[in-house]
Design a protein around this ligand. Sequence first.
Ligand code: DQA
Length: 145
Amino acid sequence: MRVAVLNGPNLNLLGVREPALYGHETLADIEAMVRAEAALLDVELEWVQTNHEGALVDAVQGLRGRTDGAVVNPAAYGHTSLALRDAFLAVQVPFVEVHLTNIFGREAERRQTVLADLAVAVIAGLGARGYTVGLRALVDGLRAG
Ligand code: DQA
């Protein structure tokens, strides 16, 4: 089984970016944790981070036919990007939406996502653990058929 983890803008700055909110772990730390979980689950993992909306759309389009599912932290594009939503609608690849913070308890403009209703599940507020919980849940669901 092959799963992609897609990370949106500014997540490359985790560790230095607003640490009181996002913690001290870097994206490389999170990647290592998720790769370890993927190995336990016997899942082949692809890892992407981009700051560019179009590149994120390209990455979603690229899931089609070669990836069984995705774990996606769309970052701010999750609140705004109809292009990203349209890409997920087009490819029909199951995905779990992950946010490190509990976006539902933050500013009004972060409390909604344009992807949530398309997602298998939304995990918000578990920090980096949300990625591994999301991966495990996604894989369990895919294996259960
Ligand atoms: C985020 C939440 C978004 O509102 C924000 O724009 C991010 C990170 C999170 O992981 O909590 O960049 O997706």
